[in-house]
Each structure stands twice: as C-alpha cells, then as structure tokens.
Ligand binder design. Sequence first.
Ligand code: DON
Length: 351
Amino acid sequence: MTAVTQHDRAGIRRAAPLGTFATLTTVTILAIASVAPAAAQTAPDYQRAVNAAYEKYKNLNEGKNADYIPALAKVNPNLFGIVLVTPEGQVYSAGDVTSEVSIQSVSKVFTMARVMQDSGNAAVSNNTGVDATGQVFNSIIAIEQHKGHEMNPLVNAGAITTTSMIGGGTADAVWSNIMNTLDEFAGRQLTVNQEVYKSEAATNQRNQAIGALMYAYGHISGDWRQAVDLYTRQCSVNVNAKDLATMAATLANGGLNPITGHQVVGSQHVPGILAVMATAGLYDNSGQWLYMTGLPAKSGVGGGIIAVSPGKFGIAVISPPLGDVSNSVRAQRAIAAISDALGGNPYKAKS
Ligand code: DON
C-alpha cells in the first residue's frame, strides 16, 4: 500500500490536472440559468437560524463516537460546528468550523458524481443500482440478496464499486482523480488523515469481503483490493464544516461551486445525485429523515452530515457522536431545525 503524504499528493496534482472535469464552461452557463431564484430570507434570517440551532443543541449529549475504526473513538466528541453556504456564496456559521474530521461516507457522494460525470448516469444505475438496500451500510446479506445489484453508491458495496469505476488505471492516477474531485467540491486542497487511514486499513476486513464479493458478482472488474484501499483512503480525507457545506452548496447550485465559481459536475447529473442521497443518504433512517425534512443528505461515521436544499442552500454540521443508525445525532437535529426555520424543504409549496 502506498502511503499518501501531502507532498505525494501535491506531486500527483501537478502531474494530473483536472482537465475537462472542472472546465465545463458551457454547462456552467446552463447551470446558473437553471438554479432557482435566490431565497426570500435575508442574511440575518440565515445567521439567526444557524445561531439558534447551535445554542439549542450545543449541550445535547446523546450518541457515541464510532469505534469500529479505532482512530474515530479518539476524536473530540464535543466538536460541534455548523456552516450554511448559499448559491450566491454567502457563508453563515456557528461553533467550531475549522477543526477537521475524516469525511468517511460523505465522500461516497462525490465519487459517485465523478463516475456520473465521466461515464454517465447509466453507468452507475446499470452497475450498482440506485435503490435503497433497507440494510445497514456495510451489509453482506444485501449483496447476497441481489447478487451485488441494488447496492446504491452510498452503501459500502456500491461505494467500493464506484471507486473501482474511477478512471486512471494505476492506483496513483485513480487516487489523483478522486482527490481532485473532492478538492473541487470543497474549493481547497484537502489532505489525508494518515492516522484514520492506517486505523481503518488495519481493521477493514469486512470491506475487503464486500470488495471481493462485488468482484465475484462481476460489478468490480479490476483489482478489488486496490478499490478497497482507495475507498479507505477517500474516507480518511480531512474536512471541516466549511468544506462540507461548500460541497453541499455546489450540489444546491447545479454543480457550480459558489465559492470558486468552478463547474465541478455537469448540472444534468445533479438530480440523480440528489435522488440517491434522498433515498439512501442516511441509510436505514433515510425515509424518516426525508419525511421530516425533505432534504437529500449524506452522513459519515466521522460525524459529518451534509444536506442540500436545491437552489437555496447547502448545509453541513460536524458532531462526532452517532445514534443507533450511525448518523450524527446533533447534526441531524441542527440541520432539521435550520431547514425548518428557513423553509428549506423542497416539497413545501412556497407561501
Ligand atoms: O467503510 C466504512 O465503514 C467507513 N469508511 C465509512 C462508513 C460510514 O461513514 C457510514 N456512514 N454513516
């Protein structure tokens, strides 16, 4: 396994520029035109809603850090940061917005986006499928049930498979494409948390079994061990709440990063990405979450959750303690409260 240092990473970047992925200028114009008009809320409304949720939940003590990846148990459980970014690039925040946690499963959204961008939406739906499994995120029974189909890209089986579908060939080239994609969504150069990567790589036998099964059923066609390793690295990338909110806001803005002005993914792919987030982003709690908020979202066991109100805002909360379905407790509560205050539910008719 190749350890990825910041220095390695920068070298890869110079060798492999973004190419067409970040320079879809025609699509940019279309995307801007297709985004809904700015919300009626004013800046104080947004900041007030963010502050209110922070105050309401800052002392909430429910949940527990993930510990099946040993390094995650050591993360400060009191870390709590909220950031909301609008399609106009305005940023509203409260709490700790600079401390980093590992992105974990939130990364799956962006690897899926990259595969859709490079190979088309059908490449994903034909290979992994896009339906919810109704099982835990690392279920092996779910793979067996459908011979590896009906594994959407947001559960481990689908995500390891979409990672295997990223172009490049060699591990370094594929990794460079994954990292560039995450950077473009976040609007800055991210780094790998080596401690988390090593900790997960040493304990990810279950994901290796999942990778081997997806290979056995013909969904992964190359080296499944490489796919599992790159997937593990992608989950170990450090992000803060502002990074995650910018990633979410890029999806809220038709694939155009509102901070950098780069079109990161073609706007034609965004509805499909949001649909998978809506059906499977919070795993077996996705239906309940959608029922309450209407927001496509994605959680990670590092404690981050992103949610998207299309045309209105992207929001992220980091708080490591998780509930029984492996979703951050405070992040769910805070996002639901803020979205409610700002009329973020896209299913609600405007009053
Ligand atoms: O593969 C794993 O188990 C982790 N790297 C990611 C799982 C995860 O984040 C599930 N999300 N709530």
